[in-house]
Design a protein around this ligand. Structure first.
Ligand SMILES: O=c1ccn([C@H]2C[C@H](O)[C@@H](COP(=O)(O)O)O2)c(=O)[nH]1
Length: 244
C-alpha cells in the first residue's frame, strides 16, 4: 500500500507521518459512520444519538513536546561526546540510515587496547610525538568503524564538529551521503577547507544543524520519580553507613 511517505534528506518527515496517520483515522471514522447508518434504520432515536456521539469519539491527543529526528540524532552525538577523555575538545558522531535507524555512534578517543593514561592528551608539547594528535581516533572514524549494519552507504552522519579532511575521506569512502554538523569553528583551517572541497567534488551534502531548542535535558527521574527517590535513599543510607 502506498502510504504517500515523503522523504527529506532520506528521512520520512514527521508531518508526512502525521498526515498518513490522520488519513487512516479518517478512513476508519468513515467506515464507522457507514455501519452506524445501516443500523439506524432499525434503531430508536436514542440509539442513533448514542452512535453519533460514538463516531465523534475524541481520543487523547499525542504528546507534542517529543524531540524531532534531527534534534534526537544530534543529541545522541553530543551524549556520545561525553564519553571522550580529551580534556579540550569532545566530539561525538551518530550515523543514521534512510529509515531513521542509528547504525553507528562514536567519539574521539585512543585506539582500542591503548591505555588512555599512557598516551598524551595535550596539544602543545614541542615534540609532536608527545601530543595527542598522532594517536587519537576521531569521532567520525569511530562511528564508521562501530557500525552495526553491513555498510553505511546512503546514510547521514550527525557530528558535533565540521569533519576534518581525514574524516571527510573516510565519510566519502564509506558511502555516507549527508553530513549534518553543529560547530564550524575550524572551518577556515586548511584541513577543513580541504574537506569542503572533497565533499563538493563527491556531492556529499553538508549542512549546519540548527537546533529547534537550546537544551535537551536527561533527567533520570522523568520516568519514575519514586524509583529515583528510592535509589537516592538507598545510596544515602549506604554513604551514612560508610561514615559510621
Ligand atoms: O573531525 C574531527 C576533528 C577533530 N576531532 C578530535 C580530535 C581531537 O581529540 C579533538 C581536537 O582537539 P583540539 O584540542 O581541539 O585540537 O577533536 C574529531 O573527533 N573529529
Amino acid at each position: 500500500m502506498d502510504l504517500g511517505n515523503r522523504r527529506v534528506n532520506g528521512h520520512i518527515t514527521s508531518d508526512v507521518l502525521e498526515t498518513t496517520v490522520n488519513k487512516f483515522s479518517k478512513l476508519s471514522t468513515e467506515t464507522d459512520v457507514e455501519c452506524k447508518t445501516a443500523s439506524s434504520s432499525v434503531a430508536s432515536n436514542k440509539i442513533s444519538s448514542e452512535s453519533t456521539s460514538r463516531t465523534r469519539k475524541q481520543y487523547p491527543r499525542k504528546r507534542t513536546e517529543y524531540i524531532e529526528w534531527p534534534d534526537y540524532f544530534m543529541a545522541v552525538a553530543f551524549l556520545s561526546a561525553q564519553r571522550s577523555k580529551d580534556p579540550s575538545t569532545q566530539v561525538g558522531a551518530c550515523i543514521v540510515n534512510p529509515d531513521n535507524k542509528i547504525v553507528g555512534i562514536g567519539y574521539n578517543g585512543m585506539p582500542n587496547g591503548c591505555p588512555d593514561d599512557d598516551l598524551p592528551w595535550g596539544k602543545d608539547s614541542e615534540d609532536w610525538l608527545d601530543r595527542k594528535y598522532p594517536y587519537v581516533c576521531h569521532a567520525e572514524m569511530n562511528a564508521i568503524m562501530n557500525k552495526n549494519s553491513a555498510d553505511v552507504k546512503g546514510c547521514t552522519m550527525y557530528v558535533a564538529m565540521f569533519p576534518c579532511n581525514e574524516c571527510a575521506k573516510l565519510i566519502i569512502q564509506a558511502g555516507i551521503r549527508d553530513v549534518v554538523y553543529y560547530s564550524d569553528k575550524n572551518r577556515c583551517k586548511p584541513e577543513y577547507v580541504a574537506s569542503q572541497r572533497l565533499f563538493t567534488m563527491t556531492g556529499v551534502t553538508v549542512r549546519q544543524y540548527k537546533p529547534s531548542r537550546n537544551r535537551i535535558v536527561i533527567d533520570f527521574s522523568d520516568i519514575d520519580a519514586q524509583c529515583m527517590a528510592a535509589v537516592h535513599q538507598e545510596v544515602d543510607g549506604r554513604d551514612n553507613n560508610d561514615v559510621s
